[in-house]
Ligand binder design. Structure first.
Ligand code: E4P
Length: 221
């Protein structure tokens, strides 16, 4: 189970990489725009933060097949290492995924709301699909259920495509996606930072230190 950071914030990514077992980064146009910096510079800096082997998933903006392909090629030119081009799964997106796959450009099918979108993306050659768990929960009902159906179908038909569950607003949604068989999950810094927090654990940590200090008058060993 791999955990990625869903962010374009350089200092957040840097600090999360230092503390958490992070396996890569995903961005999207909204996350990039929030940083209010030139896109090329921003995305190259994010790439440089990551070891080459860790994946960076970057989304294109065009909405027609030719534009998507041109932008994917540009991103491949700009970025070294393990790069995946996020393409929305729609008619034009599927065409682009097929052509890019034929040219060995790695793609991630994004904006996934249904298992059928995921199957089409996998058949077109995408290496990942990104179902939007919270958006599905919020708008249609069962995000983890969609993740489970996709994971089951990929296993049943032997697709060489992984599920990268995305769009989480609560820890419970992350756990549900893991239980549903997602291979990977991309999580916002706000959620990631608190994944290991628990009030009882915080109370215990404080309690151990308090007793130690009462006895030894120091926190040294
Ligand atoms: C992932 O690839 C998507 O960009 C992202 O997770 C969408 O998340 P949101 O619903 O929090 O915007």
């Amino acid at each position: 189970m791999k955990l990625l950071v869903d962010s374009a914030d350089i200092s957040e990514i840097e600090s999360l990489l230092a503390s958490f077992p992070i396996d890569g980064v995903t961005t999207n146009p909204v996350l990039i725009a929030k940083e209010k910096r030139p896109f090329k510079q921003q995305i190259q800096e994010i790439r440089h933060l990551l070891p080459d082997r860790l994946p960076l998933h970057v989304q294109i903006i065009a909405d027609d097949c030719k534009g998507m392909i041109d932008q994917a090629r540009t991103l491949y030119d700009w970025l070294d290492g393990n790069v995946w081009i996020k393409i929305p799964v729609c008619k034009e997106g599927l065409r682009a995924i097929r052509k890019l796959s034929a040219d060995n450009i790695r793609t991630t099918g994004t904006t996934i709301y249904t298992p059928l979108q995921a199957v089409l993306a996998a058949k077109a050659g995408a290496g990942y699909v990104a179902p939007y768990v919270n958006r599905i929960d919020h708008e249609y009902g069962d995000g983890a259920g969609v993740v489970k159906t996709i994971a089951d179908l990929f296993r049943l038909y032997g697709f060489n495509c992984k599920v990268l569950a995305a769009s989480f607003k609560h820890n419970s949604q992350i756990l549900a996606a893991m239980e549903a068989g997602s291979h990977e999950a991309t999580i916002s810094p706000e959620l990631l930072k608190h994944l290991a927090d628990h009030p009882a654990a915080n109370r215990d940590i404080h309690g151990f230190r308090h007793v130690w200090q009462s006895q030894y008058g120091t926190f040294s060993l």
